[in-house]
Design a protein around this ligand. Structure first.
Ligand code: ZN
Ligand code: ZN
Length: 365
């Protein structure tokens, strides 16, 4: 269990006291993992606070008993329950009060069942985002894990590039990249690998096709590894042979915007402001309508988490310890797509990029 676990639990308890919550049900697997260390699929945590004391429990069923004993931090009493964990969970709640739950995760069915079992003793209160907000700021151990995942993913891509791009199908390239990541020790790919060539790359989330990469095409590869429970995320766009003037021009624009986004990245400005720093350049070049997604997102236990770098989000300032992507793109339908994505740790005076691959337009024939 990570050394930061106690600090994480303290952080959650402080928010619970602020919001007058007597108990908090933590049910989303990434949040359960963050607080307890448990990596299994079926398990929930219940944190309770009173004026003086705190008591925390972890509930799972018999299939995960051994795993829970090995993984769950000692701040939690482990309770082995029947498959329906809520019956036992409700019995550990004494008296009455307010029980927070995650409204973006708990199903309506589970909410109804919980409410019945509580029988009016506890009021169910929406408390989503409490753990996610803490997760946005990574400690040194988490940054190390993300950096390891990024290094591993970079190494895997380099191995794939040795075989060249032209003449191989998008699907073959994606499969080989995932295989190389697994061979290098990744638990999994952090999301389905994107390999998209030519006009297909104009779809930002293209699924690899059984189509061979041709000559004079740009090829976008977006990939990441899960290592030690943490994700990486990176995108590079390559040329399959000598690029055309249009390919060079769009690539240079996206790279300039990406560098401007990285230069604006530090604690203080909002994700919206950093997004604007990059977007402005793409808009000024007349391609604003061809950059339809946000500039970036947080990465950690989940590959897409807070904070978001987006013009659509609230103006909360970025914090030191945020780990975010900076990934502008320009997508010309029927023609080409370019996206360049780095992963970076935010600090008080700037950021440190965790992706190591070069960003000049590389010909990978
Ligand atoms: Zn990506
Ligand atoms: Zn991304």
């Amino acid at each position: 269990v990570a050394s930061g676990t106690e600090r994480r639990i303290e952080g959650v308890c402080a928010v619970m006291r602020e919001r007058n919550l007597d108990a908090l049900l933590v049910s989303a697997p990434a949040n359960v993992r963050y607080l307890t260390g448990y990596t299994g699929s079926h398990g929930v945590a219940l944190l309770t606070v009173s004026d003086e004391s705190e008591a925390h429990s972890f509930f799972t069923d018999f299939r995960y008993e051994t795993q829970a004993q090995e993984e769950v931090g000692k701040a939690f009493a482990i309770e082995i329950a029947p498959l329906d964990l809520f019956g036992v969970l409700v019995k550990t709640l004494e008296g009455n009060g307010r029980l927070g739950f995650d409204e973006s995760h708990l199903t309506v069915r589970d909410h109804t069942r919980l409410d019945e079992l509580l029988d009016g003793r506890f009021e169910l209160v929406c408390a989503g985002g409490v753990v996610e907000h803490l997760r946005e700021v990574k400690d040194a151990d988490e940054v190390r894990r993300i950096e390891s995942a990024a290094r591993l993913a970079d190494e895997a891509l380099q191995r794939v590039l040795e075989g060249g791009l032209a003449g191989r199908t998008e699907r073959e390239l994606a499969i080989e990249l995932e295989l190389q990541m697994r061979r290098l020790g990744a638990d999994a790919a952090s999301f389905p690998t994107i390999v998209a060539a030519g006009a297909h790359a104009a779809l930002p989330h293209a699924h690899p096709l059984d189509v061979r990469v041709g000559t004079r095409e740009l090829v976008t590869i977006d990939w990441g590894a899960v290592y030690d429970g943490y994700c990486s995320d990176c995108t590079r766009t390559f040329a399959s042979s000598e690029p055309t003037a249009l390919q060079r021009e769009v690539y240079a624009l996206v790279l300039e915007a990406q560098e401007a986004g990285l230069a604006a990245l530090r604690a203080g400005p909002s994700g919206k402001q950093v997004d604007a720093a990059a977007r402005r350049l793409i808009e000024d070049a007349g391609h604003g309508a061809h950059f339809g997604h946000g500039l970036g997102h947080g990465v950690g236990i989940e590959v897409h988490e807070g904070p978001r770098l987006s013009r659509l989000r609230a103006d909360a300032p970025l914090r030191a310890g945020n780990v975010v992507t900076v990934e502008p793109g320009v997508y010309l339908a029927g023609e080409l797509g370019v996206r360049i994505e780095d992963l970076a740790v935010v600090s008080e005076d700037g950021s440190r990029v965790l992706s190591s691959l070069p960003k000049w337009l590389t010909i990978a024939s």
